[in-house]
Design a protein around this ligand. Structure first.
Ligand code: EPU
Length: 330
């Protein structure tokens, strides 16, 4: 454990923050040790992956434990799938590239997402027509409440749009490793509009490169301009509400969902409220994508949250839609 730990390099927003203690989790048994330490000090424990979905307050009075459990392996075929496993501390994007190098495609649409493997199931990361849940098999987690290790199969995880039981249980389960099931009869997933130019005969590497180029064109690089990707979820509303919106705004994107409701575009709502490219102190709304809030260098958590509150209030006032923040404030 290290005292007075600087967190600025450990969050993709690059917000200035410190923690009373830090620890490194390099093997599964470290999790129990860190938890026992936290309990004996009567301090909270937070496990941090890539820091790509958090907003740090200036001081965390507890232990920040960095997830560094490594390991990647092809477990072999099971029926129509090939199973792959990765430690929670593996970098997500590196893992996706590795799956392609092993000739086990299926995750290429999720290339380029910042963060670690262990965080992927927590909010069921998704992009370009694919969700992690589509390729998920099971995971191993440590339960802080019962102090034991549990296997979660897909049906136990309650996956939905940016949702899972792990997110709802807020920190109770620490993911140790994740197993993925990749289809043996791979076919490209090209349903996202920007991928329609690719031929159905395309190969997984080309899909991955196209996704990376799409992301680079649309999303600001967090290494240059701190950000956490999409700042809000896309709101899911009753379809009648979406139909009303389309009567007044025929260009509003509406995506029908399997449950009969409709998803709206948070980026569109924010842009229509005039926030795209706007600034508040050291933070702002990206000029490239209205759903991405950016730290231009000397931004603070307070400024970021003020900007987010302004956006939420305006979208609610103009469109009657409540926006929910994606990154968690710690
Ligand atoms: N749009 C605007 N203004 C903008 C940007 C987009 O009006 O500045 C509208 C356009 O009509 C566009 C639509 O919004 O067609 C959707 O935009 P985009 O395809 O970029 O997707 P998104 O809904 O904004 C979601 C995910 C992203 C993911 C992309 C691509 C959420 C919260 N975000 O964004 O995930 O990469 O789809 O699949 O679901 C993330 O979660 O951090 C993330 C980047």
């Amino acid at each position: 454990m290290k005292p007075d730990f600087d967190l600025q390099r450990h969050n993709t927003f690059g917000l200035p923050a410190r923690a009373r203690w830090s620890a490194v989790l390099s093997q599964p048994t470290d999790v129990e040790l860190a938890w026992e330490k936290a309990q004996s000090l009567r301090l909270p424990l937070r496990v941090l992956g890539g820091g790509s979905n958090v907003i740090f307050r200036p001081f965390f009075d507890g232990i920040i434990a960095m997830m560094e459990i490594k390991g990647r392996s092809v477990l072999g075929r099971q029926g129509e799938h090939t199973l792959l496993q990765a430690g929670a501390g593996e970098d997500w994007h590196e893992f996706v590239l590795w799956t392609l190098s092993q000739n086990v495609p299926g995750l290429e649409n999720l290339a380029g997402i910042p963060g670690k493997v262990g965080a992927a199931p927590i909010q069921n990361i998704g992009a370009y027509g694919l969700e992690m849940a589509d390729r998920f098999h099971s995971l191993l987690a440590y339960d802080l409440e019962n102090k034991n290790t549990i296997v979660f199969n897909k049906d136990d995880c309650g996956f939905g749009y940016r949702q899972s039981v792990f997110k709802k249980a807020a920190g109770r389960f620490i993911v140790l490793s994740v197993t993925f099931a990749m289809p043996n009869d791979w076919a490209p997933q090209l349903s996202y509009q920007g991928l329609s130019e690719l031929s159905p005969d395309t190969d997984p590497q080309t899909v991955a490169q196209t996704i990376i180029a799409l992301r680079n064109g649309k999303l600001p690089d967090w290494r240059k301009f701190g950000n956490a990707g999409s700042f809000f979820h896309n709101p899911i509303v009753e379809s009648a509400f979406a139909a009303e919106l389309r009567k007044t705004h025929s260009d509003a994107p509406v995506y029908p969902q399997q449950d009969g409701r409709s998803k709206l575009s948070a980026a569109w709502l924010i842009e229509r409220c005039g926030f795209k490219g706007s600034r508040l102190g050291g933070v702002g709304v990206s000029e490239r994508h209205a759903l991405v809030l950016v730290n231009y260098g000397d931004g603070t958590q307070e400024q970021l949250e003020s900007l987010a509150d302004n956006i939420k209030s305006e979208v609610l006032a103009r469109f009657g839609v409540v926006l929910h923040q994606e990154p968690e404030t710690i």
